[in-house]
Design a protein around this ligand. Structure first.
Ligand code: HEM
Length: 73
């Protein structure tokens, strides 16, 4: 796993839900259960969900830096 989406599932690096409490509502509250993401409140504490959110934001920043500063071949 590298934190990138494949195609069928959304690429969370660029998800607007990272910017607000929607992330918690989805990941722990299960607000998108009907669409595939069940709530992980039994498995993830609020701190865990925040840690994952921070990681995905970090991956997004990393990817942006890579694409605006491509490595020379
Ligand atoms: C078992 C695996 C999973 C499946 C099959 C799945 C499926 C999906 C699907 C189909 C959507 C799009 C829903 C829509 O059309 O609005 C979605 C959205 C989302 N999923 Fe998952 N999901 C899974 C696991 C996870 C996990 C582990 C997380 C986070 C820890 C997560 C976080 C999210 C978020 C934040 C969105 C909203 C994205 C956006 O609208 O910007 N999902 N998921």
């Amino acid at each position: 796993m590298n934190g990138q989406g494949g195609g069928v599932l959304p690429d969370l690096r660029f998800s607007g839900t990272l910017a607000n409490n929607e992330w918690l509502n989805i990941v722990r509250g299960g607000s998108l259960k009907a669409y595939g993401t069940v709530g992980f409140s039994n498995e993830l504490s609020p701190e865990d969900a925040e840690a994952i959110r921070a990681y995905v934001i970090f991956r997004g920043i990393q990817s942006q830096a890579e694409s605006s500063n491509p490595k020379k071949p």
